[in-house]
Design a protein around this ligand. Sequence first.
Ligand code: AMP
Length: 229
Amino acid sequence: MDGVSHVTTTPAVMILLGPPGAGKGTQARMLEEKYGLVQLSTGDLLRAAVAAGTEAGQAAKAVMEAGGLVSDDIVLAILKDRMADADTQSGVILDGFPRTTGQAEALDALLAETGQKIDAAVSLEVEDEAMVERVSGRYTCAACGEGYHDTFKKPQVAGVCDKCGGTAFKRRADDNAETVRSRLDAYHAQTAPLIGYYDARGVLRHVDAMADIGDVAEALGRIVDSVRH
Ligand code: AMP
């Protein structure tokens, strides 16, 4: 023995469920920094595929621009590739996946192959109308990805990223009022049923995501602490 206690930990798998603007990406990034879990966003992976012009990206582009859901086949292929990377072995926060019952079932099967399970599926609870304003005003630092908002979170020095000092910012093509409404409809029709799916499996948690970013982060931190093993 070397005198150091070795605790065997099973990697945590946590899902953030919620409509566009609920704060999934912001909170996943904060949890990544604090707990060393890896944020896995199918939206980010799809945007990278679109930018790279891959076959999947070309197939997904128009659907994403219209605010619909990309087919399960494409999303699952992209997710499986990413889950095979070594860094995800320490635990993941799934941000924007699963979004359909088919995806949830495929995730269960994928995790079963490696003896993993879902520790918590957190429903971020918000009001739809507030989401249109949240999403329409948001933008990110082009260099480090830190998120900002025209009204709710401006950089301390105008035009300069608080985190990395970058001066270029970008907005998503689908973050406009019209597309947000389509994305909200897709959420209610296809993704909200997953709340019942995870409730039935005993892993559902609820967090009031209309609260301040810091309060939501604390509530999520308590959930991570309670499921770590
Ligand atoms: P997000 O960055 O999570 O808001 O996703 C942006 C867009 O990518 C969505 O509006 C969908 O068109 C697509 N997308 C992201 N994740 C998924 C998913 N799990 N299933 C289907 N489409 C997705």
